[in-house]
Design a protein around this ligand. Sequence first.
Ligand code: SF4
Length: 191
Amino acid sequence: MSDPFLWREADADSLSPPRYCACVSDLSDIAAWRGAATHPACAAFFDSCRAKIARVVQAKRPLCLASGACCRFEAYGHRMYLSGLEAAFVLARIDAARARRQANPLRQFEVHDAKSRGDCPYLRAGQCGEHEERPLGCRIYYCDQGSDGRGAEWQSELYEELHRATLKLHEQLGVPYRYLEWRDALGLLAG
Ligand code: SF4
């Protein structure tokens, strides 16, 4: 199983060129994730995860000290990972929100440009342009460690708990599990 931690430090593979052409196994996984992302159990699961994170964040009251800095992955020195199923669910939600605003769904060139810049395709002027539908990892991570210095602890514990539950959701829905870097996942799934 892949590393269950929320964010990983950037490593040498960040220097590799992006690979967005899907092979046969990618295509079958993508189809499974897209199909499962429309299942009511999937929406119920991720909505309940979001609500749980919101409750914890409200209790812990971390501050966003450097708005948008952690979304500039290369400069910040870390990566955000998530499961293929979560990526498919989030992308479908964001594309639907974009459609309501008469905006295009996410396109490959936006993902490619973001990777070239070293940031997220949804980052807009230092803010998340899709705040309502952002992934679980984006909801949990704060650079503020709190007055007790234990921010990383509760963030990791919460993420690991939700990650274990995400694995169970994959089993429940019978879809393959893969743990992907955010922009690589978007590169596979974007239209
Ligand atoms: S989805 Fe939003 S919060 Fe998450 S990395 Fe992208 S811009 Fe940042």
